[in-house]
Design a protein around this ligand. Structure first.
Ligand SMILES: [Zn+2]
Length: 89
């Protein structure tokens, strides 16, 4: 797994993100085994297969849970394009 450089993450509209990167980066320690996610969505830009993407267990910030809008689940990130590809509930 190549190192993900935080400042390079895309924030523009072309590379839409699913959750704020600030929140996603908080979850980088919760790495998942990407081999469990074969045949999911591949990267829409470079077509990197889902099992080669970087998967984490995303959990939204505590404030969102207090407002009953908390979300938790696997989230895939393309390490080359620096985009969030897919979120599974
Ligand atoms: Zn990509």
């Amino acid at each position: 797994m190549k190192e993900i450089v935080v400042y390079k993450f895309q924030h523009d509209l072309l590379h839409k993100y699913i959750y704020p990167w600030e929140d996603v980066i908080e979850c980088f320690d919760n790495k998942l085994d990407s081999h469990e996610f074969e045949n999911r969505k591949s990267c829409p830009i470079c077509n990197l297969e889902s099992e080669k993407l970087f998967w984490i267990r995303f959990r939204s910030l505590p404030v969102t849970w207090r407002m009953f809008g908390g979300r938790e689940g696997p989230l895939s990130i393309c390490p080359d394009c620096k985009i969030q590809v897919e979120f599974l509930l």
